[in-house]
Design a protein around this ligand. Structure first.
Ligand SMILES: *[C@@H]1O[C@H](CO)[C@@H](O)[C@H](O)[C@H]1NC(C)=O
Ligand SMILES: *[C@@H]1O[C@H](CO)[C@@H](O)[C@H](O)[C@H]1NC(C)=O
Ligand SMILES: *[C@@H]1O[C@H](CO)[C@@H](O)[C@H](O)[C@H]1NC(C)=O
Length: 397
């Protein structure tokens, strides 16, 4: 692992001098300003304290603790770190020293510098994940460090290969265990990581499902913390989207009741409403694509359908749009009845009201384009609804 050796201060001086030598016009003040744009650095709990000590007199105006680290993504990153942690007066002294060096001495220093840079090579993403997991696996880790390790994993699991590596490193077990942590943020970020890693990734979906995390995440959806509930819901959706086994488990765990509960509670956070209705649309679409599968009974439940239709009355255009997509898919299921949509859910009136509202929005410059898109969708739903109603009517011959 890349660790800054004890003589960091000297090396920083030399590195800086090399830069200045290349471009004398750059003053150290300019370079110092550059350091404020330092990017994200990886760090581990173990190395941080160590490093502050070794780096010597650190300039605390720029020494944001997250930036202290043993690994750098690039030479540039290392330089920015170095600049932020150097003593300018000392640097000037070293500058004078270096100017006195003979060409061969300078060459020697450059070689040593090159070696140092090699040593500081950025660890691989898998190594970084292992460090974060080792930290999480340590029960005496401080809460702050735990949050940071989780935040790092949240970023690291984004590429699909990394998500797969996380599985192979045994990381899923560690993160799923964090779902039981007493701290809300730890639980929230852990759910978020699981969701991100599972998104469109059947391999990870399968592992997480087999480790039994779905039921736990579904319980978390009921959390009194809206943020925790939303991230848990995100993870649940990511686990079952496009995954037959996941959906089966979801229904076994009364996922239909969970959805109905969210959709029919007006007090629920709007972000959760959006996610829930989006999942309904998705599950119904999945059903439409697998016509040989028996349709889930809850899809034709009158109260369930009404709670979806009622969401079209929201003043949130995004939620309206998602509700329309869900209605569009639900209307096309074999087991739903047009007359239920019409009489029990009041879909005809709801669509009419939406039309008025969208026409008003189209008069506003700022909303026009989006309102037109949603109106296009609304018309489509209306046509499907009329066609379904027409089919239901027996025309005497
Ligand atoms: C560095 O930034 C400060 C304030 O942001 C500015 O006043 C100063 O001129 C900058 N120095 C250089 C050399 O760019
Ligand atoms: C666990 O964390 C504590 C506190 O950060 C640290 O002192 C200890 O060395 C860690 N243990 C291991 C095995 O890394
Ligand atoms: C976590 O620690 C346990 C032993 O306490 C070990 O078996 C497991 O492999 C560790 N997990 C990771 C991902 O390092």
């Amino acid at each position: 692992m890349g660790r800054i050796p004890a003589s960091t201060g000297t090396w920083i001086g030399i590195i800086l001098l090399l830069i200045m030598g290349m471009d004398m016009a750059r003053t150290s003040a300019e370079l110092e300003n550059k350091s404020s744009s330092a990017g994200l650095f990886w760090s581990t709990a173990k190395e941080e304290g160590d490093l502050v000590h070794k780096a010597g007199p650190a300039d605390d105006s720029t020494a944001a603790s997250e930036d202290l680290d043993g690994g750098f993504s690039s030479l540039d990153g290392m330089l920015q770190w170095a600049i932020g942690h150097s003593d300018t007066a000392k640097l000037k002294e070293t500058a004078q020293d270096v100017q006195r060096l003979s060409p061969s001495e300078l060459k020697q220093r450059q070689l040593e510098l090159k070696e140092l840079v090699e040593k500081l090579k950025m660890p691989s993403d898998a190594q970084l994940m292992q460090i974060a997991l080792d930290d999480l696996n340590n029960s005496s880790l401080s809460l702050e460090d735990r949050h940071r390790a989780l935040q790092e994993l949240l970023i690291l699991v984004e590429p699909i290969d990394n998500a797969n590596d996380l599985c192979k490193l045994g990381g899923l077990v560690v993160i799923i265990r964090e779902l039981n942590h007493p701290d809300t943020d730890v639980r929230k970020i852990s759910a978020w990581i699981l969701g991100k890693a599972s998104q469109n990734n059947p391999f990870v979906q399968k592992q997480v499902l087999e480790l039994g995390a779905l039921a736990k995440l579904m319980k978390m959806v009921k959390s009194s913390s809206a943020d925790e509930a939303i991230k848990a819901f995100y993870a649940v959706s990511a686990l079952i989207r496009g995954n037959a086994a996941g959906q089966e488990l979801f229904y076994t765990e009364a996922g239909d009741k969970m959805l109905q509960g969210i959709l029919s509670s007006p007090g629920v956070d709007i972000r959760l409403h959006r996610k829930a209705v989006f999942l309904v649309a998705d599950l119904a679409e999945c059903q439409l694509e697998n016509i040989d599968h028996t349709e889930m009974p809850f899809f034709s439940n009158h109260f369930f359908l009404k709670s979806v239709v009622d969401l079209t009355a929201s003043t949130d255009l995004d939620l309206q749009e998602k509700a329309l997509v869900a209605i569009k898919n639900l209307l096309q299921l074999r087991t739903t009845e047009a007359v239920v949509f019409k009489d029990f859910c009041g879909l005809g009136d709801a669509l009419e009201k939406m039309k008025q509202q969208l026409e008003d929005l189209m008069l506003e410059e700022y909303h026009r384009d989006y309102a037109m898109d949603v109106e296009g969708l609304r018309k489509e739903v209306e046509l499907i609804f009329q066609a379904k109603l027409g089919k239901g009517v027996r025309v005497p011959t």
